[in-house]
Design a protein around this ligand. Structure first.
Ligand code: GLC
Length: 492
């Protein structure tokens, strides 16, 4: 595609983009969506801070990369901060990398604790995005921002003394990947960042006397999306709204849910370079090989019990409390389990304790290990995802692709993607509603019963593996949204 022919120009502004910088699912989305948009003639580009490791990745992977002649200068806190910018091509996507080592020195991306000083690098990123024409010689029609860390962009276009003059030149799309994180800080810095007084009002960033950056971002954007349709309803309820349900219920016209896809170039057992044998619906023999390798890796004896996998962060959101309690009751007689992921120390300790108590039934790796994650999906039978809330979720989609049948709670993206096998002939998993160990246990028993009925299990596995969650349909929905904004069809 030549950018000249492109109909719509979109700059994604984000702090994560796989494989350059990643802490969670947001990074995966940024690694995929711009790439798929470009295949559909959208001139999608990304602006990303050059956190430690990013330039090294670009250099060591032979990506095309040039230093731009112009620097970017931003006034913040009575000082001018400057950055140089490199333009790299990552899997066909132009990525502007902001090099400002003083501000972008944190290899973990997000600060340990939020304060006006610790969130300032994110304010710099947002303002640098608005300056893009000056250093890149390219001007987007639409800024697409992701989560609270880039919410200062729409805030700046609305309330910044200088930049607000540019508001009418751009449309802003705000995607919520996880409402649990809102960027709540002391409001004192707003004026030293150049914001006018009215930013701190009930219709602006004010939130119980604090500044809520996510709230400031959504009230100043033209369109808001969540990463699944169901999650757009969840956030309008007191349980799922994290204090903002009232705000969302007043902006229904602006809010839509667009389901994330998965990148089948990375997550398909037909072509996965990490697994010992490849397989697909037509020939499942490779899955048995993968199981063998997984069982060996865990130092188990295989007596044919189903293997349950959990791959993800060990945090409350993921339902670890009910998952581990359930496993404690269920393992030994009914199944084995593999857990891969890091997170809260108390959960990591719990997992390590399990591997000591049940060495023949439970195996864990409390560091994230990409290669092992692939083997766990390929070698397991069931993927557990009993999340308390889940904006979209990737693990259930990967599980389905590898024929590891998801057992999920009916929330957010899990509700949109998994069809319960006892409720429909084309079922792809097992779904439960109430967040409790009992309910999870019942769903797990249903899955294990089905597992022992080989014929039924075979058809569930086929249904799951034939489901299509590729980025194609999500990309179309984003393009429709961008077009609507450009044509002025959507309320703002
Ligand atoms: C967050 C959410 C997850 C979602 C991901 C990508 O990590 O917790 O549910 O899939 O963002 O949008």
């Amino acid at each position: 595609m030549s950018p000249k022919d492109a109909l719509i120009k979109v700059l994604h502004v984000a702090v994560e983009m796989a494989p350059l910088a990643k802490q969670g699912g947001l990074g995966d989305v940024l690694g995929a969506l711009p790439k798929f948009l470009r295949k559909r003639s959208v001139d999608a580009r990304v602006l990303l801070p050059a956190f430690p490791g990013v330039m090294e990745y670009v250099e060591s992977h032979g990506c095309k990369c040039e230093e731009l002649p112009e620097r970017v200068h931003i006034a913040l806190n009575w000082r001018v901060y400057s950055a140089s910018v490199s333009l790299a091509e990552v899997e066909g996507v132009p990525v502007y990398l902001l090099k400002q080592p003083e501000l972008f020195s944190n290899p973990k991306i997000y600060p340990q604790s939020l304060s006006p000083a610790s969130v300032m690098p994110f304010a710099f990123l947002s303002m640098a995005a608005i300056e893009i024409q000056s250093f890149a010689g390219w001007k987007p029609d639409i800024f697409h921002v992701h989560d609270w860390s880039t919410s200062m962009l729409p805030m700046t276009l609305r309330w910044h003394r200088h930049y607000r003059a540019l508001r009418s030149e751009y449309d802003v799309v705000f995607t919520i990947h996880n409402l649990a994180h809102q960027g709540i800080v002391d409001p004192a810095m707003l004026s030293s960042w150049g914001m006018t007084k009215d930013a701190f009002s009930i219709d602006g960033v004010e939130f119980y006397g604090q500044a809520n950056l996510l709230k400031g971002g959504i009230v100043s954007s033209d369109a808001i999306t969540t990463v699944s349709p169901h999650y757009s309803w969840d956030i309008q309820t007191p349980e799922g709204g994290f204090g903002l349900h009232g705000v969302f219920s007043t902006m229904k016209g602006k809010l839509t849910g667009i389901l994330n896809g998965i990148d089948y170039d990375i997550w398909s057992p037909k072509a996965d370079p990490y697994i010992p044998a490849r397989y697909g619906v037509g020939d499942m023999s490779g899955k048995a090989e993968c199981r063998k390798k997984l069982v060996q890796h865990c130092h188990w004896e295989d007596d044919g019990k189903p293997i349950v996998a959990f791959v993800g962060r060990l945090v409350q959101q993921k339902g670890i409390d009910i998952l581990f309690t359930m496993l404690d009751w269920l393992m030994v007689d009914n199944c084995r389990a593999v857990v891969i992921g890091s997170g809260l120390l108390q959960y990591e300790d719990w997992a390590r304790q399990f591997s000591r108590t049940y060495p023949d039934y439970f195996w864990c790796c409390t560091d994230f290990d990409e290669e092992l994650a692939h083997l766990a999906y390929a070698g397991s039978d069931i993927t557990a995802m009993p999340s308390l809330f889940e904006p979209c979720g990737l693990s259930q989609l990967i599980g389905m692709s590898y024929g590891s049948i998801p057992v999920v709670r009916c929330t957010g993206g899990l509700a949109d993607t998994v069809i319960d096998c006892d409720g429909a002939p084309d079922g792809t998993g097992f779904v439960f509603s109430d967040y409790s160990t009992d309910e999870l246990l019942k769903a797990m028993y249903r899955a294990i019963d089905a597992y022992h009925d080989k014929e039924r299990w075979g058809s569930i596995v086929r249904n799951a593996m034939s489901s299509d969650f590729s980025w194609d349909s999500s990309t179309s929905s984003y393009i429709d949204l961008y077009r609507g904004l450009k044509n002025g069809d959507l309320p703002s």
